[in-house]
Design a binder for this molecule. Structure first.
Ligand code: ATP
Ligand code: LTN
Length: 335
């Protein structure tokens, strides 16, 4: 965070399930590619994750595990702020204030809320409903310019922009209005088993997703089992969701265009193509897994990264929050 003139990036992943190839291609890979040109904050958004019931022992372990995976993917934890959302209490404070500038109608239209409340019908809690407001607070707290996320977060991002514009309209310029950044290939990676739904890290069917920590044998097995139709053509076509998804994955990793991929596999069948996809994934994940295996043992280093990250993040967050307090009309704090 040395260069004050660089624009600001904020993004986060909830510590639920395990980080998938969808999260990697849709979000993490782009964080790595953008990190040198921006002042970046990458958070493990643990406050968001408890909108769905979590086991405390597993959650604590998973939070650290996710943070280490950010670093293993190539995030530089010394030049960027990498931290746990719950270590910066200003996220929750700003979230409360923004709740008062967000309408029930807006939140009722959020598709993630509708999906999650039908999946967890026994626990439709208020946090699940106000989840997007906390996300807006995450973003607006740091005067964020750019938010690299997958396509499924478009609606939440639009709401964060609307809240910022509304607040600025009432009180004068307070928040930067953020822009989304979505990758050209892979903004929505689909489930390997149900290619009409997105690959999700909390999918109970393990064959539906690839974890970035899946070892080569698991990757080969899951890609071989990936649902495709029976016409054996490697071509992007409407309605052929399974093969389209594998082409997207291959394209996102190799940076080849769909046309180049179609030419490369002209006259070949699904068997050959699936092996090529599996190999590309294995090669992409190999260095990540090597770094993960080393870093996970270094408790002191990990602790230093997230403690330092949260400390600096707090000092940035305080600036915005005190500005907000003043705008809203709270009495200045004299301590
Ligand atoms: P869950 O299944 O627990 O809801 P998730 O897999 O949707 O989780 P999130 O923590 O909600 O993961 O998302 C983290 C980031 O990964 C976000 O930027 C999100 O847009 C992106 N992302 C999630 N799934 C995909 C996907 N299938 N394709 C591309 N990007 C994705
Ligand atoms: N809601 C996001 C995770 C998230 C996020 C954020 C992403 C929480 N806060 C701020 C970008 C910026 C999701 O992917 N489900």
């Amino acid at each position: 965070m040395e260069n004050e003139k660089k624009k600001v990036i904020f993004s986060g992943i909830q510590p639920t399930g395990c980080i998938t190839l969808g999260n990697y291609i849709g979000a993490l890979k782009n964080w790595v590619e953008l990190q040198n040109d921006y002042n970046c904050l990458f958070s493990v958004v643990d406050l968001h994750s408890i909108t769905v019931r979590q086991d405390p022992v597993q959650l604590r372990k998973r939070c650290v595990d996710f943070l280490v995976q950010y670093l293993a993917c190539g995030i530089n934890g010394e030049d960027n702020l990498v931290f746990f959302q719950s270590h910066v209490p200003q996220h929750a404070e700003l979230s409360w204030i923004l709740n008062c500038y967000t309408y029930m109608g807006e939140l009722s239209r959020m598709t993630q809320f509708k999906d999650k409340s039908s999946k967890h019908a026994d626990n439709i809690n208020a946090g699940l409903f106000t989840y997007p407001v906390l996300m807006a607070a995450d973003i607006l707290l740091y005067q964020t310019d750019l938010v690299p996320v997958g396509n499924d977060q478009k609606q939440h991002l639009e709401l964060a922009r609307d809240i910022a514009i509304r607040f600025n309209g009432i009180y004068g310029d307070t928040f930067t209005v953020p822009e989304g950044f979505m990758p050209k290939a892979g903004a929505r990676i689909m489930s390997l088993q149900e290619p009409t739904s997105k690959m999700s890290k909390s999918d109970p069917n393990e064959n539906g997703f690839i974890s970035i920590l899946d070892r080569p044998d698991a990757v080969v097995r899951k890609i071989k089992r990936a649902v495709t139709d029976s016409d054996n053509l490697i071509k992007v076509r409407e309605g052929h969701d399974g093969i389209n998804n594998l082409i997207t994955i291959y394209s996102a990793i190799t940076k080849k265009s769909n046309e180049e991929i179609e030419a490369e596999f002209d006259g070949k069948g699904y068997g050959d193509f699936k092996m090529a996809v599996a190999e590309a994934i294995i090669e992409e994940l190999k260095p990540i897994q090597q770094r993960y295996d080393e870093l996970i043992k270094d408790k002191a280093y990990i602790e230093q990264i997230y403690t330092n990250g949260a400390k600096i993040a707090q000092s940035l967050a305080r600036r915005t929050l005190s500005k907000v307090h003043r705008r809203v009309g709270f009495v200045d704090r004299k301590f």
